[in-house]
Design a protein around this ligand. Structure first.
Ligand code: OAD
Length: 239
């Protein structure tokens, strides 16, 4: 293999063909909802019932979807990649996790959900995270603090994404950076390609169509993720 240290960033587009809606498409999640009503700390303080309901519906929907060929191709890559491989997803679904559970990764692999996970909740007082596969009540008492509530373990607008230092370090050390199924509309993830270029990495965008940031990538591969990602992974593994 020509490359050793790999960072892959994924977004909603990789899960679209599994049936998980993206955010900015014509039928996307943000068109039916105002971000400030459901995805900010202020929204949760004002109307916890609306916010919990929004995420309860998305959490329930996970039972109806399955990883697709793109998730499985990345799991296969993680099993066979001989260097470091950081998979950073902006997605809060568990489709990468399920694919990697079926095909266990090599030791250099790590998966980070930088925008959180639907199947987890955290305490508003202590920040402690716990698995939460069920609905959350509007005022769900926290098991971790008598005055705490449980909220979705999701990074809302105005909050800091998770594990940015670890992500920055991996990008600084990578020689191949691939962005899959993201519009590049939300920072800091949208800036990762520039960091990777600064590190001297080769940069590849795989997306249904070119994005506003396409010119920042050395290579663009356009089409549905379930077709483009397995083909790209095969070529990569073939060297
Ligand atoms: P977007 O909805 O902004 O972008 C999805 C991208 O996937 C678009 O560029 C589509 O063209 C592409 N796409 C759609 N279907 C595809 C397919 N079958 N194959 C390949 N590509 C496809 O979603 P994200 O970029 O993930 O943040 O959005 C980033 C963040 O914005 C989300 O994590 C979320 C949102 O606000 C938070 O909630 C914090």
């Amino acid at each position: 293999m020509r490359h050793r240290n790999l960072v892959i960033l994924t977004g909603a587009g990789i899960s679209a063909e599994s049936g998980v809606p993206t955010f900015r498409a014509d039928d996307g999640l943000w068109l039916g909802h105002r971000i400030e009503d459901v995805a900010t700390p202020g929204a949760f303080a004002r109307d916890p019932s609306l916010v919990q309901d929004f995420y309860n519906r998305r959490r329930r929907q996970l039972a109806e979807v399955r990883p697709n060929a793109a998730h499985h191709a990345l799991a296969d890559l993680a099993a066979r990649w001989e260097g470091d491989f950081l998979l950073v997803t902006q997605n809060v679904d568990d489709l990468h996790d399920r694919a990697h559970a079926l095909t266990p990764p090599a030791p250099g692999f790590e998966l980070i959900h930088m925008h959180g996970e639907l199947l987890k909740a955290h305490c508003t007082r202590t920040g402690r995270v716990c698995d939460w596969p069920d609905d959350l009540e509007p005022q769900q008492p926290s098991p971790h603090h008598p005055l705490g509530l449980l909220r979705p373990h999701i990074v809302w607008f105005g909050e800091m994404p998770f594990m940015l230092e670890r992500i920055d370090a991996a990008i600084a050390a990578c020689d191949l950076f691939i962005s899959i199924g993201t519009s590049g509309a939300v920072y800091p993830a949208a800036g990762f390609v520039q960091q990777a270029r600064f590190a001297g990495a080769r940069t590849v965008e795989i997306n249904l169509e070119p994005t506003p940031g396409s010119r920042l990538f050395d290579q663009g591969v356009y089409g549905p993720a379930t077709q483009m990602v397995p083909a790209f992974v095969n070529n990569l593994l073939a060297g």
